[in-house]
Design a protein around this ligand. Structure first.
Ligand code: SF4
Length: 221
């Protein structure tokens, strides 16, 4: 059985039913992620919007010209912050103990030892719950393979040009562990039910989701 991806853990924590329905569906990289990712490779060095926009067009040639303004605005936001230059980018890590794996967007020599790139705006204060889970999962992997003493991860909200340090707490590790265990059950054939606190408002599956549907997304849409 392949390891569980950290993004699956986050998806299952948000809504186990949506995670179940989305299994085997094709995932297309969102444009916002492409923009943030290409900017992140340059953080810690002088940010040249021309070069970064050219990178975006090479990586995703279908990107329309109108997106250039967004990329330039995000670069401008990022210029307001002092970023560290990464020692390495896109480092695969895994936890054999928990059966999960993920990718460190930016790896550093000191704390916070890793950065998670986000293509969403930063919350007014603090860190989103889902990002705390991401940090907890990544640290499970980092503690097992790279640095047993590492305790923190930076969450880099590229559109806002803001980096916030996350030190995962027991609640975050507990939420991550529950989602991992649930994915193991789903992989074994369990069909999850709609949670009472499911984030249905704005869910693109709301018109198709019966709350107990055993059909996959490919059958629903
Ligand atoms: S509509 Fe609600 S229960 Fe159904 S998949 Fe979406 S978030 Fe989950």
């Amino acid at each position: 059985m392949p390891p569980i991806s950290i993004s699956s853990v986050i998806a299952c924590h948000a809504c186990p039913l949506r995670f179940y329905l989305e299994q085997e569906a094709d995932h297309i990289e969102p444009a916002r992620y492409t923009f943030a990712k290409q900017i992140s490779y340059h953080l810690g060095t002088p940010l040249d919007a021309d070069v970064i926009w050219e990178d975006v067009r090479i990586v995703a040639p279908e990107t329309p010209d109108e997106c250039e303004a967004t990329v330039r605005a995000w670069v401008e936001q990022c210029r307001q912050t002092n970023w560290r230059e990464a020692a390495e980018c896109d480092v695969r890590v895994a936890s054999a103990r928990l059966g999960i794996a993920g990718t460190i967007d930016r790896l550093f020599d000191d704390e916070p030892v890793a950065a998670i790139l986000r293509s969403t705006e930063a919350p007014e204060a603090g860190i989103y719950t889902a990002d705390r889970l991401r940090a907890a999962c990544l640290l499970f992997c980092i503690n097992e393979t790279i640095d047993p003493a590492a305790t923190s991860v930076a969450i880099e909200y590229v559109p806002s040009g803001i980096s916030r340090t996350c030190i995962p707490q027991p609640r975050d590790r507990r939420n991550a562990l529950r989602a991992i265990r649930l994915i193991e059950k789903i992989r074994a054939g369990h069909v999850p039910k709609k949670p009472h606190d499911a984030p249905c408002e704005g869910c693109y599956l709301a018109d198709h989701c019966t709350g107990t549907s055993a059909k996959r997304l490919t059958d629903l849409l």
